[in-house]
Design a binder for this molecule. Structure first.
Ligand code: ATP
Ligand code: MG
Ligand code: MG
Length: 350
């Protein structure tokens, strides 16, 4: 049997490991923590720093393919990995997707629509960016942000100092605030042979910067913009010679789909595919990185709703299970801190 190496041991790694096990693969996690949600299902776990070239090389040598659930890994570390084994998706995808400025430039060069943006590396830069973009804007750190962390909203020019301090005075991007009615994601998989499949694009609702629900199929506004968004996503994947699941987030605006960000991995807005699609994003990710044919991405029910269980939401798990339409997923996290993703529930509406 072959072994899949996964960088990162959170819930995404856990769900990749479940899919891998079903297909007869073993998994080996490499993560900076002692343990995590993936430890319950992955037989092997190595604790190590993502910057430790020697440890990464040994890890790559010990597995058949390396993938990741966490994209914020130093590109030089990924280059190290790539010298010792097969890394899918590759270093180029990671380089682009872990840097907001790089990913927006990349997508603009391919003809995609984004919010107006400007690089910000100082308070002077921020004040100049507000002059051109306007003060209805969001300042985001270029790297490491997730679940709305590392970003702050501005509404007037006087907010510059506070915003610059709020994100910790680090390399950032100022984005004009996009007016949109709905948000959606394109979740796609590209095989080692370049074959591409898309799942239905869910409508995503965020609360306090964190994904709350994903519903498929989406309504007419999103459906009318999906083809254009998919075409862009395919261009991105082809340009990066991408292998695996790739997710792009969009705003459905009056001007069409506005690209927000991409994730070079399985994505929270695709968790509904475990029960709601013929083949889940996790299984197709494993199939793709292992060079296997891709599975059918069609819907398994007329309507599917995924809801994240964040912090204390998880206390309702018993009630959730009492409705037979619900599928409960708990990530095995012990402490229900506010804002922490503890699990999710997928509901098939027949
Ligand atoms: P994720 O957990 O999805 O990785 P993140 O921390 O990377 O989140 P973003 O996706 O950039 O953050 O932003 C979170 C949410 O904030 C978006 O889904 C959207 O609702 C809102 N948002 C972000 N950028 C803009 C913008 N330029 N205009 C309007 N709303 C925005
Ligand atoms: Mg993000
Ligand atoms: Mg996002």
């Amino acid at each position: 049997g072959s072994t899949i190496g996964i960088l990162g041991g959170g819930q995404l790694g856990r769900m990749i490991a479940v899919a891998a096990a079903q297909l007869g693969y073993r998994t080996h996690i490499f993560a900076p923590e002692d343990s995590g949600p993936a430890a319950d299902v992955s037989p092997n776990w190595t604790r190590g720093a993502y910057a430790d070239a020697a440890a990464l090389s040994a890890f790559a040598d010990s597995v058949d393919v390396v993938t990741y659930e966490f994209e914020n890994i130093d590109p030089s570390a990924v280059d190290t990995l790539a010298r010792h084994g097969l890394v899918r998706p590759g270093a180029q995808a990671l380089r682009v997707a872990q840097d907001r400025l790089a990913e927006k430039r990349f997508v603009c060069d391919l003809g995609g629509l984004t919010a107006p943006f400007a690089p910000v590396d100082s308070l002077d830069d921020l004040e100049a960016a507000i002059e051109t973009i306007g003060s209805r804007a969001i300042l985001k750190t270029n790297r490491m942000g997730y679940d709305g962390k590392g970003q702050t909203r501005l509404s007037e020019p006087g907010d510059a100092v506070g915003a610059w301090n709020a994100i910790g005075r680090q390399s950032a991007i100022l984005e004009g605030f996009v007016t949109f009615a709905e948000e959606f994601s394109v979740i796609m998989v590209r095989g080692a042979d370049g074959a591409v499949r898309f799942w239905d694009s869910p409508a995503n609702v965020h609360v306090d910067g964190i994904l709350s629900t994903s519903t498929a199929p989406a309504g007419p506004l999103i459906e009318g913009q999906v083809d254009q968004a998919r075409a862009l996503a395919k261009q991105v994947a082809d340009a990066l010679d991408y292998v695996g699941v790739l997710t792009l987030e969009f705003f459905a605006s009056a001007d069409g789909p506005v690209f927000n960000e991409m994730a070079p991995r399985v994505h929270n807005s695709g968790h509904w595919t475990i029960e709601g699609a013929v083949t889940s994003q996790f299984e197709n990710h494993v199939r793709a990185i292992c060079g296997l044919p891709l599975g059918d991405t069609g819907l398994a029910a007329p309507r599917i709703e995924m809801r994240n269980l964040i912090g204390d939401d998880v206390a309702a798990w018993g009630e959730i299970l009492s409705d037979p339409a619900n599928h409960l997923h708990l990530y095995g996290k012990h402490e229900a801190r506010p804002g922490r993703k503890m699990g999710h529930v997928t509901r098939l509406v027949l």
